[in-house]
Write a protein that binds this ligand. Structure first.
Ligand SMILES: *Cc1c(COP(=O)(O)O)cnc(C)c1O
Length: 351
């Protein structure tokens, strides 16, 4: 009889997210931490994480797109601020636009609505540039009828504490905020919170660290791990010395080998760049990924240790396989490992 083996399982630890949010909020006295929830809370499910953070006391949320904001509002209900980093045209939504240019300011002036003013201090993506900042500072009437909730900027190099741009941006931000003495400020992302007291503002905007990624690369991770990704073994096969495994015959056994074929692949966000580089945890042991990552299948060398059985779960991300570390060997960052997580996993959010 053929027993069907299920699919991968993604478990998100809400208690760990809340603990991380509290730790980040306590980094600087008098400062509040928002929760950055763009891209469906870094791939982990804004509809479940939003209400959990709201219940824990989080009053400020950031998303990238207006549609993300509308969905998050439905999930958390009225009350907390939901700001849209990419901005949007005036509408009747209960969302706060981030104003990224003088035309944005112009579009929202006279509306009597709350907004966040984004001043660019070096990222050169969004936000009023230096010339626009001068114009707005010299003509307060341009922002008449806009209730400024915060002025914000975004650090480019916060994950590199020694980078000179950190201090430069901090100084530029202080100067750029001078025309808005009564408006609270928002500066630090996850890593920015760890740069020292000079980076404290009224509202920090951590994202990655909430979800367990390390805001202090190269140092021990102060955050609690959040994500566990497991997938079932579909088959065990014995491979003889000299036989190859997978597409391109990219890996050849140099000894009689036990290969575990697992039900996940690049279509599930297990990046193909991990071919020949990844690893997983099987019954507490580290097993190397061998051969190429396929669309729906992965092959691991389970030769060392007791032979696993089909149906047994293998840990692709979690204890012993931090998303940051996998991202590093894949030539990317933990952020992308999380936002790439596919739609085919059974998802569970545990308290
Ligand atoms: C994504 C983002 C953040 C959060 O950054 P993390 O590094 O994930 O903490 C904060 N502010 C802005 C403007 C962002 O785009």
């Amino acid at each position: 009889m053929l027993t069907e083996i299920g699919r991968g399982r993604l478990t998100v630890n809400l208690g760990a997210i809340i603990a991380n949010w509290r730790l980040l909020g306590a980094m600087h006295p008098g400062q509040t931490a928002a929760a950055v929830m763009k891209a469906d809370a870094y791939g982990l499910g804004a509809a479940a994480i939003g209400p959990a953070l709201r219940d824990a006391g989080c009053r400020h949320f950031f998303v990238a797109h207006r549609q993300e904001g509308v969905a998050l509002r439905q999930a958390i209900g009225p009350g907390p601020m939901i700001a849209v980093l990419n901005g949007f045209a005036p509408d009747d939504s209960d969302l706060v636009p981030v104003l990224n240019s003088l035309p944005d300011v112009n579009a929202w002036s006279g509306m009597g609505r709350e907004a966040i003013l984004h001043l660019d201090t070096g990222m050169a993506r969004l936000g009023l540039d230096a010339a626009e900042q001068m114009i707005l500072a010299g003509a307060p009437s341009l922002r008449q009828g806009i209730v400024l909730r915060f002025v914000m900027t975004h650090l480019c190099c916060a994950d590199e504490p020694a980078h000179p741009l950190n201090e430069a941006q901090q100084e530029r931000f202080a100067a750029a905020c001078a025309p808005y003495p009564d408006v609270p400020r928002s500066l630090a992302n996850s890593s920015g919170l760890f740069l020292g007291a000079g980076y404290a503002t009224a509202l920090a905007r951590p994202g990655a660290a909430l979800y367990g990624l390390n805001p202090t690369p190269g140092q021990p991770n102060p955050m609690q791990p959040v994500v566990t990704l497991e997938a079932p073994i579909l088959q065990i096969r014995q491979v003889r010395t000299g036989e190859s495994v997978g597409y391109g015959a990219a890996w050849t056994a140099t000894r009689p080998s036990c290969i575990a074929t697992v039900a996940a692949g690049y279509a599930d966000g297990y990046l193909r760049a991990l071919s020949g580089r990844g690893w997983a945890i099987l019954a507490g042991r580290r097993v190397p990924l061998v051969g190429r990552v396929s669309m729906d299948l992965l092959t691991f060398d389970a030769t060392d240790g007791p032979e696993p059985a089909p149906g047994e779960m293998i840990t692709l991300m979690g204890k012993g396989v931090a998303p940051d570390d996998l991202g590093h060997v894949a030539g990317t960052i933990g952020y992308e490992m999380l936002t790439s997580l596919g739609a085919r996993y059974d998802r569970a959010w545990v308290a």
